[in-house]
Design a protein around this ligand. Sequence first.
Ligand SMILES: [Zn+2]
Length: 133
Amino acid sequence: MQFEIILNVEMKIVRSRYMPPLRRHVAINFFGLLFVHPEVDINRRLVNHERIHTAQMRELLYIPFYIIYLIEWTIRLAMKDNAYRSISFEREAYRHESDFDYIDQRKHFAWVKYLRMKNKKTRKKRRKKNIKD
Ligand SMILES: [Zn+2]
């Protein structure tokens, strides 16, 4: 058997050597089912991060989530920042992955505000000049 299924209270997790296909990705959330490489430590923060993605997927009825994700990633590739980390879905998930109550308080479509959020450098500059977003 090439994979092991772990039923977590919070998320269904499949341990697989082949998913995600690229070694540099530790996990992939596929329609709410989480695939994780066998050597990766499944901690609360990782599960929370992926739960945020599942919430984003559900409110977009899944397929549009992946379409928007791909479009945004493609657009952000042309920008200076790390394209993956700049995706609005990822920004929301990374910002709140250590806040374990976030998922229960989260407003629907919370990721939308991260679409227009400026990168860190721009934000720091704006903060110095006392400009509010
Ligand atoms: Zn993520």
